[in-house]
Design a protein around this ligand. Structure first.
Ligand SMILES: [Zn+2]
Length: 270
């Protein structure tokens, strides 16, 4: 069973200390997939200084030289991998970036090329800002051949273009929902990679305020029973001492399970 860890929102606004505070002692056990914003524009979020919440100003990652140097070292040491987390992560009046931006294809092209050259890494995974993707946003991600790591598994047929594998995936999800006795409204994280013609998708379990060790281990045991894999997704700026102890206890729990292998998020799709 593969177990991976994802952390969102590293951007110009992130200091190396904030990542170090949460992941020192973790990233030598489990590589952390940092979902990075290349050209951050502020929005209302605790990790972003209030004066930038509505400024509309775009901050390229390279303007935070200390962070760039830190990330390069982490990548070289295989402590982190880098995923693309939108292009600016800005909120539009009528939706989140990959629901409402008029140019999702260009944003992916620009953001990916920028991060790959600035950080000297290869990017194969896309994490949608706010976990939100319109049909057009998903088409852009699929056209770029990036795999999607979400914290959801919305399978509304209206929200995706259908390809040769969509019907089989839809049936697999329906079957899983039935086997686990869930209604369409019940929360569900499908524990297997869903492969489409040009990309693949995998849903993560969230570690957010209120998440308990018990709920994570239950999700883990369900995925394990289904022969699936597990990815935990969080935000460094939200990790207080309570969440930190849940995170450490969960990783200890996972490490004790037979046949568990901690992998990078990219390897979930291998
Ligand atoms: Zn985000």
């Amino acid at each position: 069973m593969k177990v991976a860890l994802r952390d969102d929102d590293t951007s110009y606004f992130t200091s190396p200390d904030e990542l170090e505070r949460v992941y020192a002692g973790i990233w030598d056990r489990v590589p952390v997939c940092l979902a990075v914003v290349p050209f951050a524009i502020g929005y209302e979020q605790r990790g972003i200084p209030r004066q930038h919440w509505h400024s509309g100003e775009s901050f390229p990652l390279e303007c935070n030289a200390a962070l760039v140097g830190f990330l390069r070292k982490l990548i070289a040491a295989r402590r982190v991998t880098i995923a693309l987390h939108g292009c600016t992560h800005e909120d539009f009046v009528d939706g989140y970036e990959f629901q409402a931006a008029p140019d999702p294809d260009d944003r992916i092209r620009r953001g990916r090329a920028y991060l790959e050259s600035l950080l000297g890494c290869r990017i194969t995974v896309f994490v949608p800002p706010h976990n939100a993707l319109s049909k057009r946003g998903l088409d852009a991600v699929a056209a770029a051949g990036l795999n999607v790591l979400g914290s959801f598994l919305s399978f509304r047929p209206s929200l995706r273009s259908w390809d040769g594998r969509t019907a089989a995936n839809w049936l697999a999800i329906r079957r899983y929902r039935k086997t686990t006795r869930r209604s369409r409204q019940d929360h569900m994280v499908f524990p297997h990679v869903l492969r489409y013609d040009r990309h693949a998708e995998f849903g993560c379990h969230s570690l957010v305020p209120g998440t308990t060790l018990d709920s994570l281990t239950r999700g883990f045991v369900e995925a394990q029973g289904a022969g699936g894999d597990f990815c935990l997704a969080t935000h460094y700026w939200e990790i207080d001492s309570t969440l930190a102890s849940v995170l450490h206890a969960f990783l200890d729990f996972a490490a004790r399970q037979p046949d568990v292998r901690f992998v990078s998020a990219e390897q979930l799709f291998a």
